[in-house]
Design a protein around this ligand. Sequence first.
Ligand code: DUC
Ligand code: ZN
Ligand code: ZN
Ligand code: ZN
Length: 469
Amino acid sequence: MTFDLVIAGGTIATAADVFKADIGVKDGVITALGIGLEGAETIDATGKYVLPGGIDSHVHIDQPSGEGIVMADTFETGTLSGLFGGNTTLLPFCVQEKGKSLRDALTAYHAKAEGNCYTDVSFHLVISDPTESVLGQELPAAVADGYTSFKVFMTYENLRLNDAEILQVMDTARRTGALAMVHCENEDAIRFLIDRHVAEGRLEPLSHATTRPLAVEREATHRAITLAEVVDVPVVIVHVSNGAAMEEIERARARGMNVTGETCPQYIRLTEKDLEGMNWEGAKAVCSPPPRTEAEWDNIWRGIQTGVFDVFSSDHCPFRYDDERGKLNPKGRKDFRHVPNGIPGVETRLPILFSEGVSKGRIDITRFVALTSTNHAKTYGLYPKKGTIAVGADADIVLWDPEAETTIRHANLHDGSDYSPYEGLEVKGLPRTVILRGKVMVKDGELVGARGDGRYLPRELSMKVRRPG
Ligand code: DUC
Ligand code: ZN
Ligand code: ZN
Ligand code: ZN
């Protein structure tokens, strides 16, 4: 048999194994792993790692942000940036606005994504208005249609649910087999601290961090896990920023709970100090939960190494810095309360984890693949079609040069923001060629794929939820 495409001579790494073999691709699917394979087209992968395409299960693209603020990425720029960062699948959030149906939200997001994507995409829902019809009909119907995960917020006035509502939403997850994700920060505690900061005239970006201290996240993490325990349902704790919140996950697992932990590059590379700085520069690092301290980086690394964290996601949530509709909107220029929460990072996630993790000897390549691809596919119902290199899987493949070095400069990135919070960071290890379902999209750092090559993916239930038999 001749293959459409052969990737020859590289070192394949999956979440379980590292071995030298050629990959044979036919009709967009991996159909053989072997030695001496021949195809219509051959890509020489000598000296490269050959990895399953990155899956980023936590990104925000073209999401309504209120106050006339506009998110910096469309599906075109967001997925292009993800592609250049070594990703072949992104999972953005589709947000239900209060008073609207899930169908409204899904229709709007599909319209934004359709024909515009450079990677495959699939949506998590955000439930902000859990009415009887949402819980009883709409959500179960959406799960049946392949939207098998959703996020709830414990903070933000227009998104937060109270404990009674979270219990109801989690119970719907239990009935339908969907997977619930929770943003854990105590809204009342944040409000209390904001009032105090405002009374003291402390309106600079750093106050974003000091009004959301670690205890605010730890308490909410404990509570979210407790609510999941009461309902008896698996839960994902997203964007864990510190060791104390992480220990809540460890304790829950020790008593037998099914808790998935997620962390992000900002919690191993940024600190609260990045929110200081002249001319409101600190706004560039405003995200929630906020970056912590270098001591917390060490705690997060322990969780990455020992498996407390299953997934390493970007939480890409891009706003422009020097733009009326972005971080420095007319109100945000004077008052941290109006600086939108979120930072870009979909293109820098893999290089940062590889460089800080694999190149510096903190994790091995199999753990890197698990944290950036395989575990995302398993957690969110895409495995084994996505997230691995195996016969029968989609040919989503990245050729990774472990020796390539660069200094992160926003000028070289492809997102719609106008800065990177990692400007000047030196990284070792970069994606060079990215293949989506057998189609070469990026070749040696140059774009060869087209907008619209990415598809929408309905998903199965999470492997964390599925029960044998
Ligand atoms: N939560 C996110 O997941 N992303 C950006 C901001 C936030 O609060
Ligand atoms: Zn969040
Ligand atoms: Zn506790
Ligand atoms: Zn997020």
